[in-house]
Design a protein around this ligand. Sequence first.
Ligand code: HEM
Length: 204
Amino acid sequence: MGGTFTKGLQALSKKIQDDSSRDPLDDPPVPAPPDPRLPLTAKQVFNISKSWKGIARAMETTGITMFVKLFEENEDLITLFKKFQYLQTQESRMESLELAQHASIVMTTLDEGIRSLDKVDYLIDYLHSVGKFHTKIAGFRKENFWRIEKPFLAAVKETLGDRYTENMENIYKITIRFILETLSKGFDLADEEKKENEVLTNNI
Ligand code: HEM
C-alpha cells in the first residue's frame, strides 16, 4: 500500500518536472489525426477553407462559368436539364436566369461540402444524399459526375487568378475527386436500394 503511494508520488513529481521544463512555444499542440476517409491533410483542409472564401464571394459567376464550360465540352448533357435545354449558344447560357439558379444550387452544395471537411460523417452522408437525388433524373448516368471535374477546376482557376497556385490546384483536384467519388457512391447506394426494394416487392 505504502509502496504504491510512494511510486504514485514519484510519478507525479516526474510529470511536474517534465511539464515545467517544456516551453509551450517549442511544443505546439499535436493536431487531431486526420480522418482516414478524407484524402487531405489537416494543412490542406486549412488551405482550401481559406482559399474557398475567394470562391464563396463569387459563387454565382464561378458556377455559371463552370456550367457554360461543362456544356461547351459535353454538348449532349444539356438535354438532361429540362429548364434550360433549349439554350443553344454560349451567350444565351451566360445570361440565362434558369442556368444561373441551377449553378447557384450546385455551388451551394459544394460550399456546404467544403465547409464540412472537418465533419467527415456529416460530409459523406450529405454527399451521398445529393448523389442519390441524381438517380431520379431521367437519363442521368453516374459517369456524368466526372464530366464536371475539369470545368470545376477551370472555373475556380478563373475566379482565383494568381491565388490559384500549383499547390492550390493540387488541393482542389484532390477535393473535387473526393466529392465526385462520394456523390457516385451515393448514386450507387440508391440504385442498390431500388433493386432490393424491387426484389422485395416481387417476392410479396
Ligand atoms: C459537383 C457535382 C454536382 C453537384 C454537387 C450537383 C448537385 C445537384 C443538386 C443539389 C441538384 C438539385 C437541384 C434542385 O433542387 O433544383 C442537382 C440537380 C441536377 N443535376 Fe446535379 N450536381 C452535380 C453534378 C451534375 C452533373 C455533372 C450533371 C450533368 C449532367 C448534373 C445534372 C443534374 C440535373 C439534370 C439535375 C436536375 C435539374 C432540374 O431539372 O432542375 N449534376 N444537382
